[in-house]
Design a protein. Structure first.
Length: 378
């Protein structure tokens, strides 16, 4: 079937909706009225005489009119229902279009949000990479400064590492490890009438940095912002001069074989992990008054050349000042050596304290031994 140029493609409901406009319905109503009036006039003219035959004819036309009117009403109802159906379809179409636009808008917003989140992740990754590169550069430069032959440059390297550790908590243990490695380097104490104290100054600065940042403060329940928690130390074999660790809090520590030149102060220190001092040497007094050992405390083979004070110290784990070490399955006596007086006055021990094979230079020097330990022989 051919389509004329005026035809418009579309569904039947759409074409009917275009035909049944308000103007078309009004014109159709006027036509119906005119036809009804003309028919009435014609009936009156033909059958208005009032004879029985005319009355019968009028009854027939009246019945026919009623049928026609009924049919017209039915058609009107159909048209009204059809129009309502078209209105409902149009409303549904608009709702679908609105839902599609809303879905499209949400999709666009989701894509924009994903792109923004991706850009933010890229920017954050770039920021982290830049920060890590900067940290690496600062760390490398400071480490190189520690190897300089000039004392001021080595000191600058120490202070640069301190600032870096304070600003980047994730690097603190690494930087502490570097400081400990520096202190473990071979070193001979200065002697003579005019000793060279430059390297000693650098080493004491490194010790002071450790002590300053391992001191939590003296306010209960409040720590200093400069405090570095959870730090462990490995100063095995280090030469430490005038080591002042008063009030510090530290995790596991290893001082095995270290030499403590000058006085040493560990009073009020808190060892939250193990504390290894086996084989170390204290040239002068060793002050551990009120020290708290939460883990194992090992002082086997330690030499105290002067006074050793453990008054009011608290030992939660084993306190080994003597005993025997197993070397290739063979026990070797290994006790601490006390050259001066020893005091454990008011010290508390939650586990064993071992003083077997420990020795004192003078048995009459007024030593105060733990009540649970065996007094060493001279």
């Amino acid at each position: 079937m051919s389509r004329t140029p005026g035809d418009t493609p579309g569904r039947p409901d759409e074409r009917l909706g275009k035909v049944l406009t308000t103007r078309a319905i009004v014109l159709a109503g006027l036509v119906v009225v005119v036809v009804a009036l003309g028919t009435l006039w014609l009936l009156l003219a033909l059958f208005g005489a009032g004879t029985p035959a005319d009355q019968a004819q009028l009854d027939v036309f009246r019945a026919t009119g009623n049928v026609v009117l009924g049919a017209g009403g039915a058609v009107a109802l159909v048209l009204a229902a059809r129009r309502q159906r078209l209105g409902e379809l149009e409303l549904r179409r608009k709702e679908q279009e609105l839902a599609q636009r809303d879905h499209a808008q949400k999709h666009v917003e989701q894509v924009a949000a994903d792109n923004a989140a991706h850009q933010q992740r890229l920017a954050e990754d770039a920021r982290i990479d830049a920060a890590e590169r900067r940290i690496t550069e600062l760390y490398t430069k400071a480490a190189d400064q520690l190897g300089s032959e000039k004392t001021p440059i080595r000191l600058a390297g120490l202070y640069a590492l301190e600032r870096l550790a304070q600003s980047t908590p994730g690097q603190r243990q690494t930087i502490v490890n570097l400081l400990c490695a520096y202190l473990r380097l071979p070193y001979t104490l200065p002697s003579g009438p005019q000793p060279d104290n430059e390297e000693l100054e650098v080493r004491e600065t490194a010790q002071r940095i450790l002590a300053d940042h391992l001191y939590p403060g003296d306010v209960p329940g409040e720590t200093r912002p400069e405090f570095w928690p959870g730090i462990t130390l490995n100063l095995t074999g280090a030469v430490l001069c005038h080591f002042d660790f008063r009030g510090c809090r530290v995790g596991n520590v290893r001082f095995g074989g270290a030499r403590f030149a000058g006085w040493t102060r560990f009073e009020d220190v808190e060892f939250t992990g193990y504390a290894i001092f086996g084989g170390s040497t204290f040239d002068r007094s060793a002050n551990f008054v009120r020290a708290r050992f939460h883990g194992r405390a090992v002082f086997r083979g330690t030499t105290f050349r002067s006074h050793a004070m453990f008054d009011e110290a608290a030992f939660s784990g084993e306190a080994l000042f003597g005993g025997a070490r197993m070397v290739d399955g063979v026990p070797h006596p290994d006790g601490a050596v006390f050259g001066g007086t020893v005091s454990f006055a008011a010290a508390t021990f939650e586990r064993d304290v071992v003083l077997e094979h420990a020795r004192v230079a003078d048995e009459t020097a007024g030593h105060v031994w733990p009540s649970r330990g065996e007094c060493p022989a001279g």
